[in-house]
Design a protein around this ligand. Structure first.
Ligand code: SAM
Length: 276
């Protein structure tokens, strides 16, 4: 497959998947607060106090923009590939005046120097042509404008998430090799060094980086369900295979669990910076 076709396949996958599963991401985030009780939307929004003119890249159903509106932002804009997620966003009273566009973060339909803040929650690490996304973020920001993003990291060892990755890996690899699962995103966004290089090349200052583990300890059944709900690859597994995978997961989870509970293992990083 050519690079252009691969990118198109990845973006078609997001459109299809988010059009079917609209709202699931925000439901998951609200149900799994951070250790200090805030949602990761609230935590990220709190990294940019006094943000007034904000653009959210991969805004999904608008949950982060709602938090920013409540924090006092006056101009709200978002872009996402999924029209179904966006139509959920338009129905939120806090977002009635928001400028929500269907499109690609690599080609922002916004004027130069038009926002004081660009923000993105768990979406940047899924985007191809990531240099272009950073260049576009820098273009639409006003001088000294801020960038704040969260990205997913590999799960903590010995956790429900790590076990899920281990038992599901052969199926995920097969799906990738057969082309059913497109390759998504750019690995550099999942490390401090990689993200720092992308940001500084685009004209930002070196990033501040904070890693957070989140998600409560859970029974093996809950850990299984939570993992299935949060891996894009899991949407492609057919029912019988999923059932067999579940049995294997629960079997191995019994060795890992302490007092019947498993560590959740989800991890994310928050990176913030501003234009030089
Ligand atoms: C994991 S979801 C996160 C949604 C939202 N930020 C949230 O946290 O609730 C990733 C989102 O990024 C969007 N997305 C992926 N690639 C994109 C791109 N190149 N441009 C715009 N949106 C994109 C997807 O359609 C999806 O809604």
């Amino acid at each position: 497959m050519t690079e252009a076709n691969e990118i198109r396949a990845g973006e078609d996958f997001f459109r299809r998947t988010h059009n079917q599963l609209s709202g699931e991401m925000s439901h998951y985030v609200v149900a799994n607060p951070l250790p200090d009780g805030r949602s990761s939307y609230q935590y990220l929004a709190d990294q940019v106090p006094n943000a007034q003119e904000v653009l959210d890249l991969g805004c999904g159903d608008g949950s982060l923009l709602v938090v920013l509106a409540r924090n006092g932002a006056t101009r709200l804009a978002g872009i996402d590939l999924s029209d179904v997620e966006l139509s959920a966003a338009t129905q939120r009273p806090e977002l009635y005046g928001a400028d929500l566009r269907q499109g690609r973060a690599q080609e922002l339909p916004f004027a130069d120097k038009s926002f004081d803040t660009v923000i993105s929650h768990m979406a940047l690490m899924l985007m191809a042509e990531i240099e272009q996304v950073f260049a576009e973020a820098a273009r639409v920001l006003k001088p000294a404008g801020r960038l704040a993003i969260s990205v997913g990291l590999k799960p903590a060892g010995g956790s429900g998430r790590a076990l899920f990755e281990k038992v599901a890996r052969p199926i995920f690899v097969t799906a990738q090799q057969s082309g059913a699962m497109p390759s998504l995103g750019d690995r550099r966004t999942r490390t401090r060094e990689g993200l720092n290089e992308l940001a500084t090349v685009a004209g930002f200052q070196p990033i501040d980086w904070t890693e957070i583990s989140h998600g409560p300890r859970a029974t093996p059944e809950q850990a299984w369900q939570s993992a299935v709900d949060s891996y894009y690859d899991a949407t492609l597994i057919e029912a019988g295979q999923l059932q067999r995978l579940r049995d294997e997961f629960l079997d191995q989870a019994s060795d890992l669990a302490e007092e019947g509970l498993l560590a959740h293992g989800a991890r994310m990083a928050i990176a913030t910076t501003q234009l030089r």
